[in-house]
Design a protein around this ligand. Sequence first.
Ligand code: ATP
Length: 444
Amino acid sequence: MEKITSLAKRRGFVYQSSEIYGGQNGAWDYGPLGIELKNRIAGAWWKEMTRLHDNIVGLDAAILMHPRTWEASGHVENFTDPLVDCKKCKSRFRADQIPQEALAAKKCPDCGGELTDTRKFNLMFKTHIGPAEDTASIIYLRPETAQGIYVNYKNIIQSNRMKVPFGIAQIGKAFRNEIVTKNFIFRTCEFEQMEMQYFVKPGTDEEWFSEWRKQRWAYYEKLGVKMDHLRWHQHGPDELAHYAKDAYDIEYLFPMGWRELEGVHNRTDYDLGRHTQFSGKDLQYIDQDNNNERYIPYIIETSAGLTRNLLMILCDAYDEEQVADKGNDDDWRTVLRFHPDLAPITVAILPLMKKDGLAELAQDIRTELKEDYATDYDQAGAIGRRYRRQDEAGTPFCVTVDYQTKEDGTVTLRFRDSMEQVRVPKTELAARIRSEIKAYKRIK
Ligand code: ATP
């Protein structure tokens, strides 16, 4: 994880927030490569969850919601972690994450000092809206994006004539006052979620639950993730959230071990039932194709962290490879083996020399490719070093412009994973890259 964190900073994927002031815990900034990667991961998910389904539509709800929302959802009452402090070293722990013997003996796992009693700590960030800081002005930063979907479900049925089963997808920020934030961007106080809520007829929920588990698994396969680094974890009775009938996590083998990447939950009619009760509005679905039968739909939720997905994609892509391409056994390269659809830069254009018109020729090629691809241009240093820099950024294709280009209009196309090079007429580059992306199969 240390290597990934340092590469992420060095290459401009992720920086610590407010670093010049010593950093802000639980918050991170996404640099030039990071924002590109994050946008592509979000784009791949959005395509998968909306464009490829005729009955799933998108939404972008506000982060600030009426405070009653969080009473209805159960978050005010239940969204807590058990917290203990060490009276001696002042360390703070989640009581469920330290050895239970230490907790029972009230002994700090770090220094052996005395621990406080366990108390419940609500993870929602609370603030005030308007100038008066009284209880009437309390407002929360949303701890999940899902509730924005539930409170809009009737609007969407009406405006888009949706029929059950149907889904609503949303990507957006969520905030949790996490007690322990560590492991880089794995668990942060400000993060992004990609959630899809699928509204189904009660009684068909178990079938849809298993269908969505299948689809979410297939999604990661399509992205070229190492499938032996993924597994399912079913929540036991003591893990199930207050709203869930059944829940499975997709876990990924991060450098610190198996951890949750995404949850697939059967949330039953809990949420819409509670919003009906708290808002006084009728949130039943009227099935016009079935004698106007009325019911509160069950909800199957797929809930993935976007920023956690980004960490997974970085870990999954990271590789150090002995290349020894110049007879030097000690020659290693660091390479990020991103799927070309996710790579922040798709094509880098490198003139062999700056002089003799090669730089201008390379710039012209870049201008042509720009319309279709995220490009980079690098003319500094030896060509081998430039390839290494692109490998480290995860760029799947490099185009080298040399003297032969001036003569016959061909360029060298170099592939990140195999390091193979082929000669291609520059007029065919865009199409060749497109077909390479379509045919891409992860080889390592
Ligand atoms: P955990 O048990 O890790 O706290 P959770 O079970 O509370 O997570 P959910 O409420 O199911 O998580 O949230 C869905 C997804 O949102 C998670 O699978 C994860 O990818 C992401 N997520 C949740 N909390 C955080 C966080 N603090 N930082 C980054 N991503 C998060």
